[in-house]
Design a protein. Structure first.
Length: 381
């Protein structure tokens, strides 16, 4: 799971019970460290079991809670094809395990809520986008999803100039002598052979564009163009799809691998997917000095709980423990977790999600004013 959609987190929060366990573990795809991942997970589980027993749980009850997790992680195929981390959620009625593309801090969390703040960063990872690789030899389109890249197949349209010239020779620009092969064809008309070749190239790309636009209108996402500048120019001239990105990949991609193309395209796609984040950070900065923003943790926690927060910026890896009393509207800050305190950053994020706020999980240095929490409010108090 490389992208966590909001619905995923909302579904997870809907599974909470009186007591919930969250485990985060950095994992490794290969090497000696990868072989140790299962051992490190078992050690974390054992620590969580000990804490639950200290809270008064019977040993058999604790074993029953973790049994589905242990059974799943002991399957032969489980530790193959790992990503950078695992997120494990479990209570007596539910469990789920996510393979995630970020390396979390090794930790576990026992509370009245699941720990969801590390997942917020995954919302920033891209949704699907497409790359159209234009070439006279082989034009192809790639669908780049968070977890895999696939090639889109178009039927009934030539994907090379050779195929195009076999099936789309137009009388107005090209006359084919009867009885000759394609190699013996003679160009006629007022222009030069180069002009005729350019007309055929434009026509070739128009046919491609018709198929691509018809497909993309059902996908809606961004489309990145790659290929020689001349082909990109002709394609843009014919283009009717609204979300073709201005920035393109210029060059000959015939000999490049799919991975190389995708890696290069990400430099463009990442900027596109961060536009919304950057826009809201700019909005925060433009509101400085007003009552519509705050970086005071206690104030933001209260605002999130009572539905005042429009947009919440959450620093990844930052924790603030304490107690929130909604009846007294009072926040007490603590320097550690104990039987009474909770992770207030996580509590604010959960409250904001339940109240329909927009949330961004960001590195600490990207959060406005480098704060523990930052919020844009819906209204002044």
């Amino acid at each position: 799971m490389s992208v966590v959609r909001r619905e995923t987190i909302e579904k997870l929060l809907g599974q909470t019970q009186d007591l919930n366990v969250t485990i985060f573990l950095p994992t490794h795809k290969t090497g000696e460290e990868g072989k140790q991942d299962s051992i490190r997970l078992k050690n974390l589980v054992q620590k969580a079991k000990t804490d639950l027993i200290d809270l008064g749980w019977k040993e058999n009850r604790v074993d029953d809670l973790f049994k589905p997790v242990i059974d799943k992680t002991e399957e032969n195929q489980f530790w193959l094809h790992q990503d950078k981390g695992l997120a494990i959620y479990a209570n007596e009625e539910y469990y789920d395990i996510f393979k995630i593309p970020v390396s979390p801090k090794e930790n576990y969390y026992i509370s009245e809520n699941f720990l969801i703040t590390p997942l917020l960063e995954l919302q920033n990872h891209h949704n699907d986008y497409h790359v159209l690789v234009l070439s006279q030899n082989e034009t192809k389109m790639l669908k780049v999803a968070p977890d895999e890249t696939s090639q889109v197949t178009f039927e009934s349209v030539p994907t090379s100039m050779e195929e195009h010239l076999k099936f789309h020779i137009h009388d107005r620009s090209l006359q084919h002598h009867v009885g000759t092969t394609r190699s013996d064809a003679v160009f006629h008309g007022h222009g030069t052979d180069v002009d005729e070749d350019n007309k055929e190239l434009e026509l070739f790309l128009k046919h491609i564009e018709n198929k691509v636009t018809k497909y993309m209108k059902k996908q809606y996402g961004p489309l990145i163009l790659a290929g020689p500048g001349k082909l990109i120019s002709y394609y843009k001239k014919a283009n009717k799809y609204f979300n073709v990105l201005d920035e393109t990949m210029i060059g000959n991609f015939d000999t490049k691998s799919i991975k190389e193309i995708v890696d290069e395209s990400w430099d463009i796609a990442e900027s596109y997917f961060r536009e919304e984040i950057e826009s809201d950070i700019e909005r925060f900065n433009n509101l400085k000095g007003s009552e519509l923003i705050s970086t005071d943790i206690s104030d933001v926690i209260k605002g999130a709980y009572f539905g005042k927060v429009d947009t919440l910026f959450v620093p990844m890896g930052f924790h603030q423990y304490g107690i929130f009393d909604p009846e007294k509207n009072k926040v007490e800050i603590s320097d550690k977790m104990n039987g009474k305190t909770i992770d207030l950053i996580n509590f604010a994020a959960i409250s904001a999600i339940r109240n329909g706020s927009t949330l961004y999980g960001l590195p600490q240095e990207e959060v406005p004013e480098n704060s523990g929490l930052a919020a844009i409010y819906r209204y002044k108090t």
